[in-house]
Every structure is written in structure tokens, then in C-alpha cells.
Design a protein around this ligand. Sequence first.
Ligand SMILES: Cc1cc2nc3c(=O)[nH]c(=O)nc-3n(C[C@H](O)[C@H](O)[C@H](O)COP(=O)(O)O)c2cc1C
Length: 167
Amino acid sequence: MAIQPTELRRILGHFATGVTVVTGRSGTESRGITVNSFTSVSLDPPLVLICIDRRARTYEFLPRAGAFAVNILGEHQRWLCERFARRSAPEVQDELASVPHHVGITGAPLLDGCIAYLECRIVGRHDAGDHAIFIAEVVTATAGEPSPPLLFFRGTYPRLARAEIFA
Ligand SMILES: Cc1cc2nc3c(=O)[nH]c(=O)nc-3n(C[C@H](O)[C@H](O)[C@H](O)COP(=O)(O)O)c2cc1C
């Protein structure tokens, strides 16, 4: 018997991850989405991937944007994780309007206070089941605030002891 999607999600939740907000801009439209499916793919050439739900607005938005930023969240930024895990009203064009940010070299919004940033240009999209895999070339990568990461595990946000990170 095939595993039910809710049960699969519950089991996959045992795989602890960091949390990112993927942002992009196309003309006057700016969007952000909370993503933990971010993975490094290749160092040379520098490639990463994200998996996006085909029902998400970001699925049709990203190809128009052509590029995106991966904003890696610190534990002090749980509010950004929750903010961008919610869909905004359909008429909202600039989802970043009330969120402190600066603009990167690809035009993608970079959220202030993150622990690291990557700016990436999309080089491939592969639809796979109910998600799509976006593969992107890293244009620039920088470290940010020296803060502990935001973690996601079994639907919760556990904290690392500071001593474990900076030992
Ligand atoms: C911790 C966390 C991780 C998530 N990771 C992903 C992900 O990797 N891919 C995805 O499509 N949605 C992911 N989501 C769900 C989206 O953030 C959510 O569906 C969002 O509202 C979609 O926005 P959009 O429809 O405006 O694009 C995640 C949510 C949370 C809370």
C-alpha cells in the first residue's frame, strides 16, 4: 500500500534542516517563500537546488524572475520563516515591502540580518511529482550575522546551545 502524503511528511520531518527564505524580483513584483529543501549540488561549477510545490505561487514566479536569493535564517528570524510560509493576499505585488532588506547584484531582495546569502541564476527546472526542482548557478555567496541557525525538526524549531556552535 502506498504511503500517505501526511505520513511521509511526518517521517521526513525527522531529517533536521536549516531554514531559508528564497526571494526574487521580476519588474515591480517581489516574492519570498520559506524553503527547507535547499541543497548544494556542485562546487565546480557552483550549483544548488530548491524544490518548489507546483501549487505555490513561487512556481510560476521564479522562471519570470530568472534569479533568486537564498537567505539563510538565524534563530532570531523565526518570524521571517513564519511570514513567508503564509501566502499573501492575491493583490500584493511586493511581498517584501514591509520587510527590511537590501537589493543584491541579481536584483533579488536580501533580507537584513541573515546568517548567509547566496544569489543564484536559474539554469534548469525539472518537474517531479507535485514539486519542481530548480537548479541554479551560484553568482555570489556571502556570510552575514554570526548568529546560530534557525533549525527545523519534526515541525518544531529546536535551538542549538551556543557552546555547540562556537566551540
Ligand atoms: C520550515 C518550512 C519549510 C518549507 N519548505 C518548503 C519547500 O522547500 N518548498 C516548498 O514549495 N514549500 C515549502 N514550505 C511551504 C511554503 O513556504 C508555503 O507553502 C508558502 O506559503 C508558499 O508560498 P507561495 O504560494 O506564495 O509561493 C515550507 C514551509 C515551512 C514552514
